[in-house]
Design a protein around this ligand. Structure first.
Ligand code: SF4
Ligand code: SF4
Ligand code: SF4
Length: 296
């Protein structure tokens, strides 16, 4: 199969434009000081019903990694696929990180005097909800026009350079002299790794995965309204969907037919636009086809 002949970037370009739009919107929300608790509820609500649409089309950290991949493509350098077993193990590890965050908040309840309905504390993510800010770190803008309380990497004439998770590193290691060096190491390492491994941090990140985990249970499988669908009769097992997937999902290739819901899929639609078989893959919202590969 000469898969290069089917190369297309239409959906990728549209997705990039949508990501940029949300990047500026989120930057604006950071400036006006949006309620963080409401933002978390919005992301998690979206994830339950739309799968990981947030990861594929909205998340700023995803945009940073996609930009690095785009630069690598311009330089015509190849990527490193992770061994499949390692990829799946990392995927499972994220549930542990997410569970630890929830457990820390729960511990805060038990040890403190807060109640579950402590609304002002929740919407501003004050104790005991502080660990939830970890879920919002991928939304961190790279530059800010004011000094954030934590999480500055560098200052240039009143503009502050920051990066996802740097704030968390500074908060938890604030008494240590190692906080800033660790923040620099984390930033450099994730940027460098993203150059060779597509969506590198998405293999670890607990945001977005946390509530899509409910899809793993049979009873909740019907919850996400958005899903990929495959017409197995048209599939020639060429393997292109597996090859182009930025997070190395294999279920699209392996599953025979029908709706395919996997908590690893970020709904970027790259496999749909690259599949060489007309109408073989599609994106469905409930049973309505929103997009299919009808170009070939
Ligand atoms: S997995 Fe995390 S970093 Fe990746 S796109 Fe989703 S929220 Fe962003
Ligand atoms: S779904 Fe499409 S891209 Fe994937 S193996 Fe089948 S024909 Fe190839
Ligand atoms: S399976 Fe398809 S839609 Fe899902 S992440 Fe991979 S390429 Fe994107």
């Amino acid at each position: 199969m000469n898969w290069a002949k089917y190369k297309t970037k239409k959906i990728r370009t549209v997705r990039y434009a949508v990501q940029l739009l949300f990047f500026f919107l989120i930057f604006y929300m950071a400036i006006i000081g949006i309620w963080k608790g409401v933002l978390i509820l919005a992301i998690f609500g979206m994830t339950i019903f739309l799968g990981r649409f947030f990861c594929g089309w909205i998340c700023p950290f995803g945009l940073y990694m996609d930009t690095i991949t785009w630069l690598r493509n311009i330089l015509k350098m190849s990527h490193w696929p992770l061994p499949q077993k390692l990829n799946q193990t990392l995927h499972k590890t994220r549930y542990i990180i997410a569970a630890m965050i929830f457990a820390t908040v729960l511990l805060g309840f038990i040890l403190g005097s807060a109640t579950l309905f402590d609304l002002p504390n929740f919407i501003w993510l004050r104790p005991p909800f502080v660990p939830f800010t970890f879920f919002l770190e991928p939304l961190q803008p790279l530059i800010l026009p004011w000094k954030p309380p934590f999480g500055t990497l560098y200052e240039i004439n009143g503009t502050y350079i920051t990066y996802p998770y740097v704030g968390e590193i500074m908060i938890y290691l604030q008494k240590s002299k190692l906080a800033l060096p660790i923040a620099y190491i984390f930033t450099t390492a994730t940027l460098a790794a993203s150059f060779k491994i597509r969506r590198f941090w998405c293999r670890f990140c607990p945001t977005g995965i946390s509530l899509s985990s409910v899809n793993r249970f049979k009873r909740f499988r019907a919850l996400p309204l958005m899903s990929l669908s495959k017409d197995g009769k048209k599939c020639t097992k060429c393997g292109i969907c597996k090859r182009v997937c930025p997070v190395q999902v294999t279920e699209i290739y392996e599953n025979r037919t029908g709706k395919i819901r996997t908590s690893m899929c970020i709904l970027c639609l790259r496999c749909v636009e690259m599949c060489p078989q007309k109408n073989c893959l599609s994106l469905k919202v409930t049973n309505i086809t929103l997009y299919k590969n009808c170009k070939h």
